[in-house]
Design a protein around this ligand. Sequence first.
Ligand code: PMP
Length: 432
Amino acid sequence: MTITTLPAKPTTAIDPTRLLPAALRDDFPILQQTVHGDRPLVFLDNAASTQRPRQVIEVLRRVYERDYANVHRGIHTLSERSTEQYEDAREKAREFIGAQHAREIIFTSGTTASINLVARSWGDANVKAGDEILVTTMEHHSNLVPWQQLAERSGAVLKHVPITDDGLLILDTLDTLLTERTKIVAVASVSNVLGTINPVREIARRAHAAGAIVLVDAAQSVPHLPTNVQEFGADFLAFSGHKMLGPTGIGVLYGREELLDAMPPFLGGGSMINRVWDDRFTPAELPAKFEAGTPPIAPAIALGAAIDRLKLIGLDAVARHEHELVRYAYDRLREIEGLRILGPPPDHRAGLVSFTLPEPHAHDVAQLLDQQGIAVRAGHHCTWPLHDRLGITASTRASFYLYNTPAEVDLLVEVVAKIRDRFRPQGRKRRQ
Ligand code: PMP
């Protein structure tokens, strides 16, 4: 087995030159509040959904106050304005992930909708009884259940790439897991629980060599790390606007043009047709073929504004900032006796850290943190099979974004340490 786990660097000092300017935080009105009386809000639930800067909120307001009408239909001023801005947003999304053509960018309601679209449209047309679908043990339910459903409909077999105890994919298993029956490999680029950054490029190379295509669940990577679908070798890639400073209800499915072209439409209705008769229809060209009905117009335009904002800050700088915070959090949390961090050392992970304590339960940890103003997530994080693999029922997750600070990490660690102390078995209280 070639997987080796590198030791974490034994340093806990923050390098301020790797951090983003603290003033960025001023752009986020929601972060300027206190909760539970006088506790400043410390928002560490970004893997679930991030907050929006006023530049994005302003664009939403401007669209609704000045430009809004349905797109692609009316020949009037507002419809033209909305259409132009909606298509501009598509172009921004295209550029952001390095896709070749804007028609390869399908607006959906989010990652979940994007993956379901592929499982239904591509899956039903291409996957037959006895074929194989390959996922990993660390997938979010969004990148697992649609494939389970496809396997059930088609009679295909679902297989899983296993992980090490440290939360790294065991890539050697691809030698036997990838066969001539494998039709698709569906993998997260970053795990929403372990934080593991998966070697998508290598997986895609091996999948393609075996004749399979690759779907990348990029919900946790597009917001945080520079992404290029062509470098990844992704055939499909999915992400959500609300995890990257944008609104809810908008997401993207990238698909390679020749694949999308050959796929049947998924939802039927307005906009996705070229011509309709009493008994049949012909589908529209890409991307309209997969955008039936009135799309999320203002959210798409505001996603464009979020992308503008991220580009201005720079994804490299965002990644550096988060890496600095997560390394610091990892090193400090590790010092708490009995605390178990899930997933690999910082050099292999994006900006989040999940952990368990012997006592109390993860939900209680989250509730006690909330009382101090710290928002984290607790539970199985839509990764039940991963939690089964790790032998736990729940974990607590702190996830960072560009507006978080080392002082917030300090507070997190301090409160977690106090919780740990308070729930230590009687007679074993730690002396301060
Ligand atoms: N995949 C991963 C890795 C995620 O973290 C999430 C969101 N938690 C999803 C998919 C689903 O995203 P959405 O709820 O926006 O569809």
